[in-house]
Design a protein around this ligand. Sequence first.
Ligand code: F6P
Length: 548
Amino acid sequence: MSKFELTKTKEWQKLAEFRNENQNLHIKDLFKDENRFKEFSIYDEELGLLFDFSKNIVTKETFKLLIDAAKAADIAGYAKKMFSGEKINRTENRAVLHTALRNQSGSPVYVDGKDVMPEINAVLDKMEKFSADLRSGKLTGATGKKFTDIINIGIGGSDLGPKMVCEALKYYGDASLNVHFVSNIDGADIYENLKKLNPETSFFIVASKTFTTLETISNALTARNWLVSKLGEKAVANHFAALSTNVEKVKEFGIDENNMFAFWDFVGGRYSLWSAIGLSIACFIGFDKFKELLSGAHYIDKHFLSAQYEKNIPIIMAVLGFWYNNFYGAQSYAVLPYSQYLHRFPAYLQQGDMESNGKTINFEGDRVDYQTGAIIWGEPGTNGQHSFYQLVHQGTKLIPSDFIGFVNPPQRVGDHHEKLMANFFAQTQVLAFGLTKEQAIENLLKTGASKEEIAMLAPHKVFEGGRPTNSILINYLTPKTLGALIALYEHKIFAQGALWRVNSFDQWGVELGKVLANTILPELSGKADNPHDASTKNLIKHFLKNKK
Ligand code: F6P
């Protein structure tokens, strides 16, 4: 294939030129325009979702140039290919159809000439029945008792998505059902979970797309042995289900095919919470609410496909991230939910974004000569304010961020919510507008500080401002709005992959470590040679020498 040089395109060049010529552009200057908020915000009535992107270092001209870059990348055309089942995941020769899992339009979706919707709907029906039976107590354990605990055993996409959603929608969850998530191969994870559980009332969901993942299979075997030691071999049939694309491996493990919920290789692990992988969610919040989650995502799918570029929220989110990543040298991007319910959202997005766009090879197979995926991180507000915000406000690095908040909390606890949101608004304001030296001096004068003290303290009290933020303010946290929020980020990631011309749907980078771990494993019980570099060799030697 011919070499495509993204940085030589006229769109890239114009952005670079603009950035170069406007080194001192400050957000506060942009707000001299009284229409700024109106022009740089979008309100979606149906979701009650306000997306305010006015606090960015973006003029009307920059915005136009960024949209031109998005158009040149043909994000809309590429999206159509994804939605229509084209095999855009070329390195794995797969279609990318998490969108089909939530397709509630009634229209078919074809892969290799076959409509995949009947199978998707059949699995959804099976999930509906299973979750209803488990919640009602119709489905019981081997000794006839109602299940009180569900343990999802999975890792990566088979853990982070369902866990994040169960936390986010806890308010809607069945209070008589505890959902646990075991992911780490560190025995501490399964040990600490099992010790709290009663085998008679525990149901294990083994979630693994491939059903070969070391962590999941090891944890599942440990759970199986524990169950069998308490209730006997026969109990496995009543207490285990599998969510996987791999029927053979599920059978091999000994889980009844009737208790298997299938999905397909066109669903990437990090995009799989909409599939059978969401079974723990459906059990916890009920199938109707699970369907609402899907409907919110489907609503955003339609928006992504149909809204013009300038009004397309995921595309705007994508180009803004692109702007700071590639023209401001921003290495990271913070996601800051002002909602304790969303406390796992940044962790979930870390996989979603970094596993998708942490790539160096472009569509043509060449190494890119520009930055791709950002480092995603974050914690809920206001906790983050008391730990890392200092660096965001006054550090030397530019850290663009998304603030996510809700107008109405699911439940009212005194005036906590107003206090929470006052902080949200205050933070985005200070980040954008800062505090000048004159203002800092004025504040110090009010405290009665001496001239010397003011001279010494003032520079430390200055906030440069100009730190860009998006605000996503949603009227209510519901299954539907959560589904929409997740889909916004999924499509942002997709659009950035298109801008950077990388395949967002493979993850070869995590494979090598797995292979090497398997080679090293026998060495840790002294059953194999230790033929490594000096550091690895001596670390293993030390481990073996001190192992009890
Ligand atoms: O190693 C990374 C990864 O392949 C993720 O992409 C995936 O979500 C996770 O492992 C778990 O994989 P599986 O669902 O096949 O167990």
